[in-house]
Design a binder for this molecule. Structure first.
Ligand code: NAD
Length: 431
């Protein structure tokens, strides 16, 4: 099939490259000319494992091209995916200006039947708005389909190529049939293609993300109770997770969830529920708990040091999670901002997110090129993102480099007894 994907961010680029990998001809469109120029030269603007090989191969095979010009792409495509950002507006709702703007531009370029797919995460009712926006601009026939994306950054290519399920919201059979055909190669292993009405499809994505955020905040609250009673949250978590009705995923306590999805999607579902007069009480608490959780590590540091003024804190991990360079809503932002505000000096290291951090903090933070460099003369280490390379460090070397052997572990990746044996004063979460 000939496909256009509008928006070449973390989602659009993966979607475009993966459809091309299955033999489709894909044109990726982005309004960011610098990004498109880089992609045309084979440079990938983000870090996502496996993506570069996929883009390079499909570009060389001529199945994947990049442009800033939407109309030509639309005219040559049967299916157009909208994968642009839906950032949080001031009132917490998802800002739909990019999605609706693209819908109008697509409509103006139509030259026959097209399937227009909402791939961006959009509130319930958006498919109807997109349909209306297109109808005002064209007399050509079209279908609007909602196809929320469940990929995880850091494992996005694999998630897209081998999905747990594909959700398709379609209000007419023609659009649904095109989507079934398009996704058939991705679901040979038996993953279901779930076809439903568009409001249900739109809500699926928010309900899934809100559930995952709830599990995280729930376990963070359990960790607080553990601390009060001297229980160990690791033991509690393992026992809870072994219950087949519960399962192990997303039950790790830590210094808060971040990223471009959970915080924004929880806010959006709160807002569109409230718009209909319903206060989504659990999610209000999920959000509050997460906001407090992001401040937890700095609170522990304050209690340990008294004042953080003049202290040097090494920070390991800046990205909101491992295997990405994305720092949107990352706990590291809250933590580093609080440290700087209180007069501490920050020496930070991240395997992939340093350039992004530099745009955020400029010269207020010093950036280490190697993990151990961030520890030189540090009064403490704050571990914020659990990259694999931090899991088995050389503790003797760490102790030698640091001014004092103090570790604040925001992801519980070290063993408290071992840390004590290595001579560290060690703080973690819920243990
Ligand atoms: P992103 O910010 O990385 O990328 C968005 C891209 O769209 C940017 O390159 C931007 O230049 C481009 N763009 C914006 N307006 C445009 C326009 N009018 N024409 C052409 N290009 C335009 O965003 P993302 O992380 O890829 O997320 C995109 C959507 O997918 C969001 O709705 C998000 O909630 C959803 N989503 C994200 C993830 C994730 O893990 N990042 C997962 C599932 C769903």
């Amino acid at each position: 099939m000939n496909i256009t994907v509008v928006g070449t961010g973390y989602v659009g680029l993966v979607v475009g490259a993966c459809f091309a990998e299955n033999g489709n001809t894909v044109i990726c469109v982005d309004k960011d000319a610098a990004k498109v120029r880089a992609l045309q030269k084979g440079k990938i603007p983000i870090y996502e494992p496996g993506l570069e090989e996929l883009v390079t191969r499909n570009r060389q095979e001529g199945r994947l091209t990049f442009t800033t010009t939407l109309p030509r792409a639309v005219r040559s495509s049967q299916v157009i995916f909208i994968a642009v950002g839906t950032p949080e507006a001031e009132d917490g709702s998802a800002d739909l200006q990019h999605v609706l703007g693209v819908a109008r531009d697509v409509a103006r370029a139509m030259n026959g039947y097209k399937v227009v797919v909402d791939k961006s995460t959009v509130p319930v009712g958006t498919a109807e708005k997109v349909r209306e926006a297109i109808r005002r601009e064209t007399t050509h026939p079209f279908s609007v389909v909602s196809n929320p994306e469940f990929l995880k950054q850091g494992a996005a290519v694999d998630d897209f190529l081998r999905p747990d399920r594909v959700v398709i919201g379609a209000d007419d059979p023609r659009g649904a049939e095109v989507m079934r055909e398009l996704y058939a190669p991705f679901t040979r292993t038996g993953a279901p293609i779930m076809v439903m009405d568009t409001p249900s499809a739109e809500l699926c994505k928010y309900a899934a993300n809100a559930m995952l955020a709830t599990r995280i905040s729930f376990m963070n609250e359990v960790a607080h109770v553990c601390e009060q009673y001297g229980a160990n949250v690791d033991e509690v978590r393992r026992a809870v997770a072994s219950d087949k009705r519960i399962g192990a995923a997303f039950l790790f306590p830590g210094c808060g969830y971040g990223g471009s999805c959970f915080p924004k999607d929880v806010k959006a579902i709160l807002k569109f529920s409230k718009d209909k007069g319903y206060a989504f009480k659990i999610l209000e608490a999920v959000e509050q708990v997460n906001a407090l959780q992001k401040q937890l590590l700095v609170g522990k540091m304050q209690r340990h040091f008294g004042s953080l003024k003049g202290k040097t804190i090494g920070v390991w991990g800046l990205a909101f999670k491992p295997r990405t360079d994305d720092m949107r809503e990352a706990p590291a932002i809250t933590i580093i901002s609080a440290l700087l505000e209180q007069g501490a000096k920050v020496q930070a290291y991240d395997p992939e997110a340093t350039d992004v951090a530099r745009k955020h903090f400029g010269s207020k933070v010093s950036y280490a090129r190697k993990s151990y460099e961030a520890l030189v003369d540090a009064d403490a280490l704050a571990l914020v993102t659990e990259w694999n390379e931090f899991r088995e460090p050389d503790f003797a070397r760490m102790r030698k480099l640091m001014k004092a052997p103090v570790v604040f572990d925001g992801r519980n990746i070290y063993n408290p007894q071992q840390m004590k044996a290595h001579g560290f004063t060690y703080f973690s979460i819920g243990r």
